[in-house]
Design a protein around this ligand. Structure first.
Ligand code: GAF
Length: 365
């Protein structure tokens, strides 16, 4: 756009935006599929973000344009008549639906979404969108929502309206995490603590090029398996089991699913201790163990993701690597010595492309 020319928002809607808000994507350093089991996670924000520009309207019409998947003319709906469509607009509808349940808090609005958080790569693009949108709505309509209430509204939009039975980690990270700290979160009590990321390591984010969709299938199946395991063991959530030996009565595959959750929770606690001590070598070893558990017990990895992890771990100067996020494709994180990180990332991605002929990109170094 030439300097001084009309903004894309004005070109779309004929008015200037009244407000603009942002939220980041995240990677999870440790604790995969533990949040909906009442356990622990330790995500951190990444420098990829979603922004929402927004202008209130006088009627109850909502019009939203996105630069994402099906970019183009704005999509629309009427407040109070939200209905799922199995597309990105459902995340917007989910937010206004959740706000509307509490009363007519907002009027219609025009909004424009821009984002560089890739969709379906395990980097919490949907939470970045819902948290950014709710922040914009909070500012535009002066809503009395503190950050935790806003986080929970974003979670309900995804869980209740979109139908992805996700835990609360991604919304908490989008709302409360930053790029210099890890957010150590108890997903049951929502108590959290921030640890500075160790200065002796660089975090790499490597994309497998394979996308997932949590609202359709495998993720919800894993959650149901965990709930079935907890019910058979007579506990409220798998968080309540700390001894893997107690899982012996479970039939396969529930025994393996539960073993991942129980051992992964222990790894989060160990990772928090390693972060506190600035022990990057220990953190790297925990990442490697976490990946094996996700691959062998929880069955959420894919051959391309396993290859990225194996190539990364074979690089000198890389402390460890693991699948991050919900899995079934997505991205890998690796912890590397700062002076060797970029070169290692380039070689890993090139090696992956050579072997598979597809995918593989450095998203954040
Ligand atoms: C997805 C979900 F949204 C999170 O709640 C979490 O369960 C994660 O997968 C796996 O750890 O990102």
């Amino acid at each position: 756009m030439p300097a001084g020319g009309p903004s894309p928002f004005r070109e779309l809607f004929g008015v200037a935006p009244a407000t603009r808000a942002e939220a980041p994507g995240r990677v999870n350093l440790m604790g995969e599929h533990t949040d909906y089991n009442g356990g622990f996670v330790v995500p951190t924000a990444i420098p990829l973000r979603t922004a929402v520009e927004l202008a209130p309207r006088r009627d109850r019409q909502v019009r939203v344009a996105s630069d994402g998947a099906d970019a183009g003319a704005p999509r629309g709906y009427v407040l109070g008549a939200e209905a799922p469509t199995a597309s990105w607009i459902d995340y917007v509808q989910g937010c206004t639906h959740v706000l509307g349940v509490a009363g007519p808090a907002v009027s219609g609005f025009d909004a424009r979404i821009t984002s560089d958080v890739p969709i379906g790569r395990g980097l919490a693009s949907s939470a970045a969108l819902t948290v950014a949108l709710l922040r914009a709505l909070r500012a535009a309509f002066d809503l009395a929502l503190d950050d935790v209430a806003l986080t929970l509204a974003a979670h309900r939009a995804e869980y209740d309206f979109v139908g992805a039975r996700v835990g609360v980690m991604d919304q908490m990270a989008a709302s409360l995490a930053d790029e210099r700290h890890a957010l150590f979160l108890d997903a049951r009590s929502l108590a959290y603590e921030r640890f500075a990321l160790p200065p002796g390591a660089t975090l790499l984010v490597l994309d497998s090029g394979v996308a997932h969709a949590h609202a359709s299938g495998d993720y919800n199946t894993r959650r149901s398996e965990c709930e079935a395991a907890a019910a058979r063991l007579g506990v409220a959530q798998l968080r309540d089991v700390t001894d893997p030996g107690a899982l012996a009565p479970l039939p396969p595959p529930l025994d393996r699913r539960a073993r991942h959750v129980v051992t992964e929770n222990a790894r989060v606690l160990a990772a928090a201790a390693a972060l506190r001590a600035g022990d990057v070598a220990a953190l790297g070893r925990l990442m490697v163990a976490s990946h094996a558990s996700q691959r062998d017990d929880f069955a959420v990895s894919t051959p391309d993701v396993d290859l990225l992890v194996a190539l990364a771990c074979a690089e000198p100067g890389v402390h460890g690597a693991r699948l991050t996020g919900g899995g079934f494709g997505g991205a890998v994180i690796a912890l590397a010595e700062p002076g060797r990180a970029r070169a290692a990332a380039g070689r890993v991605v090139a090696g992956c492309r050579r072997r598979t002929g597809r995918g593989g990109a450095v998203l954040v170094a």
